[in-house]
Design a binder for this molecule. Sequence first.
Ligand code: HEC
Length: 139
Amino acid sequence: MTVKNCCITLLLIAGAGAAHAGTPGSLASGYAAEAARSVPGFTPSAERGQAFFSRRRDVSPTMSSCAACHSEQPTDEGRHVVTNKRIAPLSPVTNPDRFTSSAKVEKWFRRNCQEVVGRECVAAEKADFIQFVSKGITK
Ligand code: HEC
């Protein structure tokens, strides 16, 4: 690889990283804008997000709710119900790394929603969810 090609590659990688960067607020407003296209006037609700987070479902006997692994209080550390490994708090209030990468957030929404809800989550659910877990800092 020539020096020139190397540096262009690095710039592209840096650019891609920036495109995925975000804050809980910017990610939530992105999902809210997407939701508003099918539900005019949609605004994220922490109450709906909390209900979604704690709701027990019967898709998976072990992974019955988001709270099963992430703890009832998203500001607290969680524990994986299958592997028993600790999971750092989901809330950006106590864990500033959370909801700063849209790629990571999308990856885990996809996986965890499939496991718990049995389908992908829709934009409105994601916006409500972020609103709830980051209560106090998304404004
Ligand atoms: C079986 C355990 C388990 C369940 C149940 C679970 N999660 Fe997770 N979740 C994880 C693990 C493991 C990670 C990735 C490890 C980490 O980031 O600490 C994660 C990470 C995430 C992230 C990434 C956040 C970020 O910015 O780092 C989101 C969003 C998320 N989960 C949403 C959900 C939602 C929504 C539900 C319920 C529908 C749910 N999770 C249920 C285990 C679980």
